[in-house]
Design a protein around this ligand. Structure first.
Ligand code: ZN
Length: 272
C-alpha cells in the first residue's frame, strides 16, 4: 500500500520557516508533494500580508529567492516534490481559477514551463501532477490539464462534469461498484482508493486534514482504503497546521507506519 502526503499553497508568500515548522520531522519519513502556485495573487488568508489581499498583483515565485533556494534543496534531498497548483490561485466572481479563468490552457502551459524552469530543471525532476485550486475544475479546465499531460491529485470529479473518453465507462463502473460494496448512495462522499486512468491523464483522490479532522476519521478512511487493496494520499495546507493538527498528523502517520504493507512514497509514485 502506497501512502503519500500533499501540501497546498506554497507560493511567493511562503517563508521556508513555515514549511520547516510543519514538516521538519515528517519529510524524512514521507516526502511532501508541495502543490505550488507559480504567480500567486494574494487573497484573505493567514500568512498573506493584508496589503496584498486585494491588490491583484501577481507575484512570481522566484521573487522569493530564499524560498526557491530552499525548495531546490528539498527536491534534491528527496524531501519534497513539486506539483502545479493553478497559476495565480485567484478567485473569480463566478468561480475558482480553473472553473472561471478565460484562459486555462495558457495558464497550465505557462505555469508548468515556469515551475519546471525555476525549480525542476536544476534537479532534473519534471513536474507531472496538477492540483486544482480549491479542488475545482470545469470541463474546459480538466481538458487543459489533460492536454498538458499532467495527472490530477484532488478530490473525485463527478462523471456529469467531465467529457467522456474511451476509458470513462470502465471508470464509471469501478466507481459504481465501489459505492455498492461500501454501502454508499449516489450522494455520499467518496474517495476512491485507486488511480483512475483516462485517455490523456490519470486521477487520484486525497483525504483532507483540516482544522477539526480527527485521528479516528483518518484511520477509518485509511482502513477502508487498505481493505480495498488501495493506496492513500493525505492533503493539507501548511498555513493552517497548528499544534492540534500537527499532533493528528503525527499520530496518524504512526498508525499507518505500524502496517507492514505501507510504503511511504512521493505522490508521483501513486500514478506509477
Ligand atoms: Zn490552494
Amino acid at each position: 500500500m502506497k501512502f503519500a502526503i500533499r501540501d497546498d499553497d506554497t507560493c511567493y508568500f511562503t517563508a521556508p520557516e513555515e514549511l520547516e515548522r510543519v514538516y521538519s520531522d515528517v519529510w524524512d519519513r514521507v516526502p511532501i508533494c508541495l502543490a505550488t502556485v507559480p504567480f500567486a495573487i494574494g487573497y484573505e488568508r493567514v500568512g498573506i500580508p493584508r496589503a496584498h489581499w486585494h491588490d491583484g498583483e501577481a507575484f512570481a515565485l522566484e521573487r522569493n529567492s530564499s524560498l526557491t533556494g530552499f525548495l531546490k534543496s528539498l527536491i534534491a534531498s528527496g524531501r519534497a516534490t513539486i506539483a502545479l497548483h493553478g497559476y495565480t490561485h485567484q478567485d473569480y466572481a463566478d468561480g475558482f481559477e480553473f472553473q472561471s479563468a478565460p484562459d486555462p490552457e495558457r495558464r497550465v502551459a505557462d505555469g508548468l514551463r515556469y515551475l519546471n524552469e525555476t525549480l525542476a530543471a536544476a534537479t532534473r525532476r519534471r513536474i507531472s501532477i496538477f492540483v486544482p485550486p480549491h479542488n475545482a475544475l470545469s470541463k474546459r479546465g480538466l481538458a487543459a490539464v489533460g492536454a498538458a499531460g499532467l495527472n490530477i491529485l484532488g478530490s473525485f470529479l463527478s462523471f456529469s462534469m467531465r467529457p467522456w473518453d474511451y476509458m470513462t465507462p470502465a471508470n464509471w463502473l469501478r466507481i459504481s461498484h465501489f459505492r455498492r460494496t461500501t454501502g454508499r448512495t449516489k450522494t455520499d462522499r467518496l474517495i476512491y482508493p485507486h488511480v483512475l486512468r483516462y485517455a490523456d491523464h490519470a486521477e487520484f483522490g486525497c483525504h483532507s486534514l483540516i482544522p477539526g479532522t480527527t485521528v479516528e476519521e483518518l484511520t477509518k478512511a485509511f482502513d477502508e482504503a487498505r481493505n480495498q487493496g488501495g493506496d492513500f494520499c493525505l492533503a493539507t495546507h501548511y498555513w493552517e497546521v497548528d499544534a492540534a493538527m500537527k499532533s493528528v498528523l503525527l499520530k496518524f502517520l504512526d498508525y499507518a507506519a505500524r502496517d507492514r504493507d505501507v510504503r511511504f512514497v512521493a505522490a508521483e509514485e501513486l500514478f506509477a
